[in-house]
Design a protein around this ligand. Structure first.
Ligand code: ZN
Length: 160
């Protein structure tokens, strides 16, 4: 069986940035289990895995457009400190979720100066090409319920 839409794939992976630094890895832990064709993982990774069988290993570099998107300078905003009322300390690196007209948005504080706070709504990996080193550990058919829900159930998936 090979990886295709409506299959459930289990992979061991290591993600590297452009400098070859490890960003994330499943090594030593549970594999990543995902429903193929349901946007559970970034498009570039899924495309590279289509047609691969258990035991196959691939190394692929995914451009930002098929990973976490291009970096959008308009995602950076300055907001007055008053917007953080009730928050004890506001400092760079702090992540929070803001309610916006477009729905909840994840923001990271990148600078605090006087009474202005700079926040960045870009994904931390936006604008970055990512290299994936992946080994396919298992492939199975998705159940009808998994296909209806758009995600994996049971081991490595949703428990509900
Ligand atoms: Zn479900």
């Amino acid at each position: 069986m090979t990886i295709a839409a409506n299959k459930v794939a289990s992979i061991q992976y290591t993600v590297l940035d452009e400098q070859g630094q490890i960003i994330d890895s499943s090594e030593g832990g549970e594999p990543l289990v995902f429903l193929v064709g349901a946007q559970n993982v970034i498009p570039g990774l899924e495309e590279a895995l289509i047609g691969k069988a258990v035991g196959e290993q691939i190394k692929t570099t995914v451009e930002p457009a098929k990973a976490y998107g291009e970096y959008n300078p308009e995602g950076v905003q300055e907001v007055p400190m008053e917007a953080f009322e009730g928050v004890e300390t506001v400092e760079p690196g702090m992540a929070f979720t803001a309610e916006t007209e477009q729905g909840p948005m994840n923001l990271i504080v990148t600078a605090v100066e006087d009474n202005m706070v700079t926040v960045d709504g870009n994904h931390p990996l936006a604008g970055k090409a990512l290299t994936f080193d992946v080994t396919v550990e298992a492939v199975r058919d998705a159940t009808d319920e998994e296909m209806a829900h758009g995600h994996v159930h049971g081991e490595g998936g949703h428990q509900h």
